[in-house]
Design a protein around this ligand. Sequence first.
Ligand SMILES: Nc1ncnc2c1ncn2[C@@H]1O[C@H](COP(=O)(O)OP(=O)(O)O)[C@@H](O)[C@H]1O
Ligand SMILES: [Mg+2]
Length: 300
Amino acid sequence: MDEAAPLLRVQGVTKRFDGVCALDRVSLAIGPGEIRGLIGPNGAGKSTLVNVVAGQTPPTEGAVWFRDRPLTRLRPHRIAAAGIARTFQTIQLFPDMTVLETVMVGRHARTHAGLWGALWRTWRAAAEEAAAREHALEILAFLGLAARRHVLARNLPSSQQRLLELGRALATDPSLLLLDEPAAGMTREERRRLAEIIRAVRARGPTVFLIEHDLGLIMEVCDRVTVLHFGRTIAEGTPAAVRADAAVIAAYLGTRRRRMAPERSPRRHGEHGEEAARDRLVPELPNVRTSEHPNTLSGS
Ligand SMILES: Nc1ncnc2c1ncn2[C@@H]1O[C@H](COP(=O)(O)OP(=O)(O)O)[C@@H](O)[C@H]1O
Ligand SMILES: [Mg+2]
């Protein structure tokens, strides 16, 4: 896989927001068919990187290439049309659409007549509507949401809303799927099911870029993992290698120490030493407040 031309190439991407350098010369390449994980404490820049790739926010410097085509400066709908779909860390659904309509909207991003054509009920749109419906029903069956197809999106529990966002993204037939913390708020059982779904998605074709807080999911499904810390890539490799990486352990130990009051420090099973600390700390990615961001420029 490493030999293949990358599907996505992020090259020297920097993103500054007023005083904060959210991404600092980040480079990575994701091969076709890969499931790549992206982890890092809160505020590391993960969502910013997804937003840059999806065209929601322009990078301050650097470039993004998709199949050797530059994406930087393309509008989000053009990037979607090129084959990149995403879900959001903060769920973004139309609350009054049904589950089925939501996935069909995703499909309309791909159909020739488009959403407006569908609304005007042209002959072409009617045919496309039927195909979109069938395609949407297939996706809902795949996600285990078929029985809920007439339920309004807002009436779903958040774990199913996250699956529905995934369904809307899949409806565009993406080559690359960006998932921003899809397991947030899920139970252990729901996460296990999500892991199966992500593997099954990859088996159907799309390359997956999985942003996660939940290290368990990353360990289970990713081929390789990139670790961001304060906007910089501090490690990249297999899940096992990343988990054993000294810089990664130090980063998490550091943020955890700052955050935890000493009396709350876990002393389970008499564990001590770096290895025990890693096992204990890394699976729970700590929060880092923006105010602790070392890249905050002074005087702003
Ligand atoms: N739109 C924005 N305006 C200002 N600062 C932002 C904006 N988006 C993100 N940031 C800052 O950039 C840093 C990275 O944020 P983010 O990409 O959301 O991190 P993560 O997804 O890893 O938790 C944080 O310090 C955050 O406060
Ligand atoms: Mg985020």
